[in-house]
Design a binder for this molecule. Structure first.
Ligand code: GDP
Ligand code: MG
Length: 370
């Protein structure tokens, strides 16, 4: 923040960069548009042009939308976002595939499915459910650690022939800590050695009382392998979603969370984001964590180009200058100069964090005491 390029300053003052260069020349300075000038010179220029100076603190540079609450009358229903968790080999991937496969068979999915980290399934009544296709606790806890709570409902998968295992208990604890409602999918009921009742009893020891035992946690017996009772699971999700009355304002600048991001050889940085409120549009100028850019194209979970994505819709976003991290927030800003400013600021914060965690030299120790 100690220096700014002439071009950037002109942009913020809404003046022509050439006029600034001219004014600087009169002040005895030969600078080009892309050159940086110090804060004092910048202030001199600003007053010279008759603008008021507002020194911004660091917290003014970054974006904080947490206080920006949508009025009740702007809210519309949105689909629930579901994460499937459970012990390894209990059938998380099989269940996700089975649900998605069932949707493909009803024809609405158009056959080709693509892995983008999240997908939507349409119900018979046209309502939708969004599944995060990054199962496991890692994605869930990493996102939560970064302040992103994108999951509305957790489906806990427990294999009926294996019962509660360490990762099942971990998932229960994470879900409780996040305050997210849970549905228990008792899987592999096709197996002769399946003991669903034993699963329900084991859950009691962790204060999970399923409906079958007189509690209020929905439990559904399924077989991902035989595709048994997938409808029952989807119904349970819909019931839970109705209780939650999930809503968001679709008619505003979008806010979204990164679910997955990668560097694609041909397409550059690609981020799968889940829109949380507003509608993301092609052409929007965005900041995502310490990355910035302009939405060049968006692809849905079938690899189809879309122009817009509303609340709870997962899309792949192309056009970022760098690869963001899972859990990063996407915000739409007014112009590219502002996007770069925020991204640069955040990169600086990240760099500072990195250097302060490095061992201190004598020099910096004295410097910090002064
Ligand atoms: P994940 O590690 O939780 O993602 O589990 P997977 O989906 O990879 O499944 C682990 C194994 O269990 C695979 O061999 C699956 O074929 C098998 N499996 C998953 N669901 C069922 C089921 O409903 N019945 C039976 N018999 N096997 C299943
Ligand atoms: Mg798996």
């Amino acid at each position: 923040p100690e220096s700014i390029t002439v071009g950037e300053l002109a942009n913020r003052m809404a003046e022509k960069a050439a006029d600034l260069v001219k004014a600087l020349f009169k002040m005895g300075m030969m600078v080009t548009v892309n050159q940086a000038i110090d804060q004092d010179t910048a202030e001199l220029l600003v007053t010279e042009f008759g603008h008021n100076i507002k020194r911004v603190s660091d917290s003014d540079i970054d974006i904080d939308t947490s206080t920006d609450v949508d009025a009740d009358e702007t809210l519309k229903s949105r689909p629930p976002v579901v994460t499937i968790m459970g012990h390894v080999d209990h059938g998380k991937t099989s269940l996700l595939d089975a649900i998605r496969g069932a949707a493909v068979q009803t024809g609405e999915a158009g056959g080709i499915t693509q892995h983008i980290g999240a997908y939507q399934v349409a119900m018979k009544d046209k309502s939708k459910i969004t599944f995060l296709d990054t199962p496991g606790h890692e994605a869930f806890t990493e996102m939560r650690a970064r302040g992103a709570n994108v999951t509305d409902i957790v489906v806990l998968v427990v294999a009926a022939d294996d019962g509660l295992k360490p990762q099942t208990i971990e998932a229960i604890n994470h879900t409780k800590a996040a305050g997210v409602p849970m549905i228990v999918a008792i899987n592999k009921i096709d197996k002769p050695e399946a003991k669903p009742q034993k699963v329900r009893e084991e859950l009691l020891q962790h204060e999970i009382i399923v409906e079958d035992m007189g509690g209020d946690v929905q439990d559904v017996e399924v077989s991902a392998l035989k595709k048994t009772n997938l409808d029952g699971l989807l119904d349970a999700i819909n019931i839970q979603a109705e209780i939650l009355e999930l809503k968001a304002n679709p008619d505003r600048a979008a806010e979204a969370t990164v679910v997955e991001a990668k560097l694609d050889k041909g397409r550059g940085p690609v981020a799968t984001v889940l829109v949380q409120r507003g509608t993301l549009k092609v052409g929007d100028v965005i900041v995502v964590g310490a990355a910035s850019g302009k939405v060049r194209a968006m692809l849905d979970d079938h690899g189809k180009q879309v122009k817009e994505a509303g609340p709870s819709v997962p899309v792949e976003v192309l056009g970022l200058g760098a690869v963001p991290s899972a859990g990063d927030q996407l915000t739409v800003v007014e112009n590219e100069a502002r996007a770069r400013e925020v991204a640069t600021y955040r990169q600086g914060v990240l760099d500072k964090k990195r250097t302060t965690t490095a061992p201190m030299s004598l020099e910096t120790m004295f410097a910090s005491k002064a």
